[in-house]
Design a binder for this molecule. Structure first.
Ligand code: AKB
Length: 342
């Protein structure tokens, strides 16, 4: 049995102690070598100091990938090891990114259950044990074919038909349960992300990945084969908005969060619309479509657009990038990166 501290317990959490002493929070990011971890670490390190933000992942960081601060190799399915990291490093805030995404989850169902569900149980129990603040994203994957697809609200039908979606609904509900439980009162915070577009980091195993891969193929080869139908409309966001929103939600005073799971939206587009926008920079780009039935079925079960008015009302969420600005920025960054590699 692990000794679990409660918010009603007789001692203050380390987070509260550090806050009262004016010290910056100590932050651990799991799944840190994925699409979002290094960019979030960079942003948090510039606020709180390099050493206060620890990136972790179950694989070793190749040189240069973990940025300017500490990296710890750590598997979220190993409770005791993770417990040691949280305790020895004096962690106050935990950002939990470790997960298998939607498409890879369908290929590796058992592993997705172990990592996405088992890993989250470990993280949540440590959050409770050490009185941490926990941010764990959910996504459009938490919705399913019976969800209203346009302007999807926060509270609606959630019957996803992927293991990824099932695990995200589990995250949302268990996190909220631990938050409202009178003895646990865990500071759980969850934003539902759309597909994320990033120029410096690559996504892996998702259904929305095409929207990043197309830039590389367009610039390098002038050709791309898309696995989704040209009219598949999905909600998307540029990574800078995603990182800023995550930091804003992490910072929001707890009593301002009237809910614990919020939609976060920016803009929506189809592959066809993205191709037309990208052709402004790569006019010779040719795209053909060879549909992957697994990823198409997943995409068809997700919303086309999200309603994020509660996030705007409660913690001031507002996106900055639209499709045109995202495309221009992605194109510039990827061109620069490709030139550097030459
Ligand atoms: C995926 O495609 O699986 C992710 C997501 C939308 O959650 N990018």
């Amino acid at each position: 049995m692990h000794a679990i501290a409660t918010r009603r317990g007789s001692f203050l959490g380390s987070s509260m102690r550090r806050w009262l002493s004016g010290k910056p929070p100590r932050i651990l990011i799991t799944g840190g070598l994925g699409q979002l971890g290094t960019e979030l670490a960079q942003c948090l390190r510039s606020k709180y100091g390099n050493d206060n933000v620890i990136l972790s992942d179950n694989k070793e960081a190749e040189s240069g990938t973990s940025g300017s601060g500490p990296f710890i190799r750590c598997d979220v399915t190993d409770f005791d090891y993770l417990d040691g990291v949280v305790k020895n490093e004096g962690i106050d805030w935990l950002v939990h990114f470790a997960t298998l995404l939607s498409a890879i989850g369908e290929k590796k169902v058992d592993e997705a259950i172990r990592v996405n569900i088992g890993g989250f149980h470990n993280v949540l129990n440590l959050t409770r044990k050490y009185n941490l603040r926990l941010f764990c994203p959910s996504t459009i994957g938490a919705f399913g074919p019976s969800t209203p697809r346009i302007d999807t609200p926060d509270l609606t039908i959630q019957r996803p038909n992927t293991i990824y979606g099932v695990s995200k609904v589990h995250v949302e509900l268990l996190g909220e349960y631990y938050h409202q439980h009178p003895e646990y009162q865990v500071d759980f915070r969850c934003a539902r992300f759309p597909g994320i577009l990033s120029g410096n980091t690559l996504p892996g195993g998702g259904t929305t990945d095409y929207a990043v891969h197309i830039f590389y193929e367009a610039i390098k080869r002038g050709r791309y084969t898309c696995y989704l139908r040209p009219d598949t409309r999905l909600p998307m966001m540029y990574i800078d908005d995603c990182i800023r929103g995550t930091v804003e939600m992490l910072h929001a005073p707890s009593d301002q969060l009237k809910m614990r799971t919020y939609n976060m939206a920016a803009f929506s587009f189809t592959p066809d619309q993205l191709v037309k926008e990208l052709q402004k920079y790569v006019p010779h780009l040719k795209v053909d479509y060879v549909i992957d039935p697994v990823r198409q079925k997943i995409a068809d079960s997700w919303p086309e657009s999200l309603n994020d008015s509660n996030a705007t009302r409660d913690w001031g969420w507002k996106h900055d990038y639209d499709l045109a600005k995202t495309t221009r920025t992605m194109y510039d960054i990827i061109m620069r990166n490709i030139d550097k590699d030459k």
